[in-house]
Design a protein around this ligand. Structure first.
Ligand SMILES: Cc1cc2nc3c(=O)[nH]c(=O)nc-3n(C[C@H](O)[C@H](O)[C@H](O)COP(=O)(O)O)c2cc1C
Length: 458
């Protein structure tokens, strides 16, 4: 397994150079010019339909004064390589490293301080990409907002789609209503704007830390250190002193005014639908920091493997650990791309009647995004939709094996959810019941071995 993460290298460009050197076949370099209007999404979507998920690097994008790297998180194999493990060990590696909280090291300056513009900013020079025809405007999809708690200084990091509102302002959405939303409510109660920094492009493990599932008050920059294997080197932003990665590509800094509302969206979301459900927030930008020669690190929008994996790996890792600790009969858990963030497949070796239902209830209760969980026996490969659907087709009886709970809070972006934001959740028990008498049609190991020999050179 080639080592592609070196703790001393915390920037995207070093990661990219290392990755291109160690896994050249997994990087698609496009050197012909492409448009910033949907061409990048179209290339990635076409590759995905062919079952290909390389890291994509576009050298020349019209209207963007820097190369664009995208699709970094589209393959689980690549994410596992970041941790130096095989895919099967990814959840455990993520959990172990993310628990090793490391306090960042404050530096006087770093590559992101190459060019610092304070006061009179002009955001029209920002690299913005239109991902879908239905998007309201070109967007920054990889905008990690960092805010610090006004009393404790604990940082929170999360992703927020961002479009230009004016030469000095950005429209963004906090529709997940997570911890950043909570900090914004606190700012509103105190009658103050909320200072934030927006990191556009940093090491992939920093990006993964921004998706970490941690309690309010746990600083995700400390998680980033754990994932990187060394404290995150940070510099302070010029106006508000927010600690940001010293080797980020681009950082904006400013304030979100809790009382201002602006037009934002629609935007192609992880559901595969264009969504205008937005909290319509306004970010007034006060300074820009950037490297001399930055790369735009983009996140492919919509229900791309990249967008889904980025949010899902930390969530899956947490759920696998929790489930296995509480239910030792659980052998595997997988969130399939086909279900966006709303489906999970769980395999368990059922020791007593009803156990699959209890496991499904646990998952449906713990993960607020989930709508449907399918439980199967351990011989079913939960990473393959076809295998799980086969189990559903042959082991499951609708009158007996469904559980449905209604009236729960769900994802704001689920286009099928009610106007008040509630959803119902369902568990489908596709494990073989006690009186199941099917005999599986089998092929002998000898014949399978012979088939492999015959097909080896064909
Ligand atoms: C690529 C990506 C884009 C996201 N875009 C948004 C967004 O535009 N608005 C939002 O509220 N949440 C968005 N999220 C989800 C939040 O980042 C996520 O819910 C976050 O972990 C919540 O964090 P918090 O509780 O620390 O605020 C996005 C997540 C990913 C991975």
């Amino acid at each position: 397994m080639p080592e592609i993460t070196a703790p001393c290298e915390q920037d995207f460009q070093s990661f990219l150079a290392r990755y291109r050197a160690s896994c050249p076949k997994d990087v698609l370099v496009v050197d012909e010019p492409v448009s910033s209007d949907q061409d990048i999404t179209a290339v990635v979507a076409t590759l995905a339909r062919q079952g290909r998920h390389p890291l994509a690097y576009f050298e020349r994008v019209e209207g963007i004064a820097m190369p664009v790297a995208t699709n970094v998180f589209a393959s689980r194999e690549r994410i596992a390589r970041l941790f130096g493990v095989e895919v099967a060990g990814l959840h455990q590696a993520y959990q172990e490293r993310s628990r090793n909280l490391l306090v960042p090291r404050v530096q006087a300056c770093g590559p992101v301080c190459d060019m610092v513009q304070e006061g009179d900013v002009d955001l029209r020079t920002l690299p913005l990409i239109k991902h879908f025809e239905t998007d309201r405007a070109p967007y920054i999809t990889n905008a990690i907002l960092i805010a610090e708690h006004p009393d404790t200084g604990a940082g929170n990091m999360s992703y927020h789609r961002s479009m230009l509102h004016s030469p000095t302002e950005i429209a963004t959405s906090l529709h997940s209503r997570g911890d950043l939303w909570r900090l914004l409510q606190l700012a509103a109660e105190r009658g103050r704007p909320m200072p934030v920094a927006m990191v556009i492009g940093a090491h992939p493990l920093f990006m993964l830390a921004a998706s970490a599932r941690v309690p309010f008050g746990c600083d995700e920059r400390h998680v980033a250190g754990g994932l990187l294997g060394a404290p995150l080197d940070v510099v302070r932003t010029p106006q508000h002193g927010i600690a940001v990665p010293a080797s980020a590509e681009i950082v904006l800094e400013g304030v979100i005014d809790p009382s201002a509302r602006v037009e934002e969206g629609p935007f192609g979301e992880f559901t595969g639908y264009s969504s205008d459900r937005s909290t319509n927030n306004l970010l007034r930008v006060e300074s820009i920091m950037r490297r001399r020669s930055p790369v735009l690190v983009d996140v492919v929008g919509g229900n791309s493997a990249e967008h889904l994996n980025l949010a899902r790996i930390p969530r899956e890792a947490e759920m696998v650990e929790k489930l296995k600790a509480r239910f030792p009969s659980v052998t595997a858990l997988h969130y399939p791309n086909s279900g966006t963030h709303f489906h999970a497949y769980v395999a368990l070796k059922q020791m007593r009647p009803g156990e699959a239902r209890q496991v499904m209830l646990g998952l449906l209760g713990w993960d607020p995004y989930l709508k449907t969980v399918i439980a199967v026996d351990p011989d079913v490969d939960v990473t393959r939709d076809e295998d799980v659907l086969w189990a559903l087709a042959t082991h499951f009886q609708p009158h007996r094996d469904v559980l449905i709970i209604d009236g729960l809070p769900g994802s704001a972006l689920d286009p099928s959810a009610s106007g008040v934001g509630t959803t119902s959740r369902m568990g489908l028990d596709a494990t073989r019941s006690g009186d199941f008498h099917g005999v599986r049609a089998q092929i002998s190991e000898r014949a399978l071995q012979r088939a492999r020999e015959i097909l080896r050179s064909r």
